[in-house]
Design a protein around this ligand. Structure first.
Ligand code: WTA
Length: 647
């Protein structure tokens, strides 16, 4: 199957047809001022911007969009849809337990968010303050995000799977004085002790950074009691009913920060990616409407967690800016059974479904039965995000889940890009399994070689962006120098994505994966350096090198090579300890699949670890190691091969 043409049924009602796409794409590059002056109208501005684009990828790198506009993101997601949509459902919540669900109308949402906003004000949160969220997938997580936006506080959401150590580092990095959490989360029938993790994180914050926070708001989601510091902790459930029902939406400048979201890079600790208000909202709204061809009244479900950018842009801000009905799911794809996704689709009559390749591959392994046991006739559009989707998984998703009726939008983007940059549009783009296809409006991808020369035509290279788009990150919180260094110094004047990519004769883009030291495990981004520094922090470890290797379900797995300190004989117990150690330093998502103990790592004579060799051995491709002549001690390699673990 190499090409699936646009279906007439989809095309006839689509927001964007093939002709529209060509015309508008050209317009967006030839006259960005005009194009975005028009697109900004999809957002409600208290003061409409006169200035549209003011961006530079050179020198100090400065990115400003709609810079004299005044707006509020929460107002855009709620108030402006009233009164026509006061009784329309804004959010559907589906619990981990299939018996649990709930929904809130736009009218309800205004009430909940206003009360939460008043709660934040009452504990001292002010405009510009950073509020850290460590939440399960419950409605209160979205109230909390929108409440921050409402009063101009900057939210920093930390995925519920991160460890106390990781929370402490992020609290310190953005100097956050406030936390919103829940007593517990529940996923796949298992309890996640969120509040206990926060308490531990606050001990670490004190011990390692000499800091503390002012207040911790705790939502009681389960019946379990948790420890409570009466001076610091606030019981959300107990106080929320006593707060005022209304709260004005703070007028924010388009370039005022909306949120920080930490993500991994190839070096150092996670970076606080900063997104601002105006451009992000325009981008989230436009891409949600066009990429998913969203129509009023449709039920839309993105299975991501709000702890990731996909949850920010495509559960919350994009859909709600468009007055959509967005579904939020607390659970996992295979609990209580592998039919769960499709049962939820049937239960809520979902029209648009957006998930990750890793979930598709895991479900594909269970066979067609669990899918075919369900109806799914409500589905119209399917989406994929987070990592390259292999053509087999793509075809299964298309054939079995969508019964060849639903176009698949394979959406390429990053935490840094704020929203989707490369994707098919359902009514405009012929599909090729495994290709993210074409750039969206205003997006100018290019491929360059290692020296930064532009490559033309059908070719393969490193993916860069030539110019800015409104949803782009503005800086790394508190470290603009690192922002320039990370994204704009590899190729002068260009935004470097870190991804490798192929372009075919028709100008279709095929993302091949990261070309830097970032690995993508089940769609979760991780720096190999992060896992290495966690490992070497263990007292028995003297050196560690971490690489990714292809994994059937997860996309990539984590393979660690570890050298122990003198006098330590590694054994099964140490292996278990190290895995546990990494889980507690970063989180379960960083657990190594393999740890190979080795007396030495392959290094060049100048002492540089040859990761290329380690990658090959982890991939079980040891017969083809390439040039090893610069190695200080070639014997190291033979011993690594003999003891390799991924056979
Ligand atoms: C990868 C997630 C291929 C890519 C939204 C990127 C993809 C990184 C795709 C960003 C896709 C994301 N096809 N690769 N459709 N979508 N990626 O910041 O390597 O968690 O650089 O953002 O995921 O991961 P992040």
């Amino acid at each position: 199957m190499d090409r699936i043409t646009v279906s007439a049924t989809i095309r006839d009602t689509a927001h964007v047809t093939a002709e529209d796409y060509r015309r508008l794409y050209e317009e967006s590059l030839n006259d960005p001022e005009e194009f975005w002056a028009h697109q900004k109208e999809r957002i409600h501005w208290f003061t409409s911007p006169q200035k549209i684009k003011n961006t530079s990828f050179s020198g100090d790198v400065s990115i400003k969009w709609f810079e004299d506009g005044i707006l509020n993101a929460s107002y855009n997601c709620i108030d402006r849809h009233l009164p026509e949509k006061e009784n329309q459902i804004a959010l559907i919540w589906e619990g981990d337990d299939p018996a649990d669900d709930a929904s809130v109308t736009y009218g309800d949402l205004l009430l909940h968010v206003s009360r939460m906003a008043n709660l934040l004000k009452s504990i001292g949160v002010k405009k510009g303050d950073r509020v850290t969220l460590y939440m399960p997938m419950i409605l209160e997580a979205s109230y909390a995000m929108l409440a921050c936006a409402r009063i101009g506080a900057i939210h920093s959401v930390i995925f519920g799977g991160f460890s106390p150590e990781a929370i402490a580092g992020r609290l310190d990095d953005c100097q956050s004085d406030f936390i919103i959490t829940a007593n517990e989360g529940v996923r796949g029938g298992k309890v996640v002790p969120l509040k206990a993790n926060v308490d531990r994180a606050l001990d670490i914050l004190e011990e390692s950074y000499g800091k503390s926070v002012k207040k911790v708001v705790v939502v009681y989601h389960t019946e379990t009691e948790t420890a409570c510091d009466p001076d610091r902790d606030v019981n959300y459930n107990a106080v929320i009913g006593t707060l005022e029902d209304t709260c004005p939406a703070e007028p924010m400048n388009a370039e005022d920060p909306l949120f920080i979201l930490y993500t991994s890079g190839s070096t150092g600790k996670p970076k606080g990616v900063l997104h601002t208000t105006g451009g992000y909202m325009v981008w989230a709204s436009m891409t949600h409407e066009y990429v998913f061809d969203y129509k009023p009244g449709e039920i839309y479900w993105c299975t991501a967690d709000v702890g990731w950018i996909t949850g920010h842009s495509y559960i919350l801000y994009g859909p709600l800016a468009n007055g959509a009905t967005s579904l939020m799911f607390e659970g996992v794809p295979n609990y209580p059974s592998s039919s769960r996704f499709w049962q939820v689709v049937d239960k809520h009559k979902v029209n648009i479904f957006y998930t990750a390749p890793t979930a598709i591959r895991a479900l594909m392994r269970e066979g067609d039965g669990p899918v075919k046991a369900t109806d799914r006739s409500s589905l119209r559009i399917l989406g994929s995000v987070g990592e390259p989707i292999n053509p087999e998984a793509w075809s299964w998703y298309h054939r079995v889940v969508g019964e060849e009726r639903c176009p698949i939008v394979d959406t390429w983007w990053q935490t840094e890009t704020g929203g989707i940059l490369i994707s098919p549009l359902p009514g405009a783009t012929d599909l090729k399994p495994g290709s993210a296809t074409k750039p969206l409006f205003g997006v100018q991808p290019a491929l360059v070689d290692a020296e930064g020369h532009f490559l033309e035509g059908a070719t393969e290279g490193n993916l860069v962006m030539v110019d800015s788009w409104p949803g782009q990150m503005r800086t790394i919180y508190g470290d603009h120098e690192r922002f320039k260094q990370t994204y704009f110094s590899t190729y002068e004047g260009l935004y470097f994505t870190g991804d490798g990519c192929r372009r075919d004769e028709e100008g279709y883009y095929w993302i091949t994966g990261r070309v830097d030291d970032v690995i993508n495990v089940s769609g979760h981004r991780m720096g190999t350096a992060e896992v290495e520094s966690a490992l070497v922090a263990h007292e028995q470890v003297s050196e560690a090198a971490v690489v990714g290797y292809p994994h059937d379900i997860k996309g990539q797995g984590i393979y660690a090579y570890v050298t122990c300190v003198e006098g330590c004989t590694p054994d099964e117990a140490l292996l278990k300890q190290l895995i546990q150690w990494v889980r507690s330093e970063i989180g379960p998502i960083a657990s190594p699949d393999f740890i190979q103990f080795t007396p030495a790592l392959p290094k060049t004579r100048s002492g540089k670890i040859m990761r290329r060799i380690l990658r090959k051995i982890a991939e079980n491709e040891y017969k083809n190691l390439g040039d090893t002549s610069t190695l200080a001690d070639p014997a190291v390699v033979d011993s690594l091969i003999d003891n390799r673990l991924n056979r």
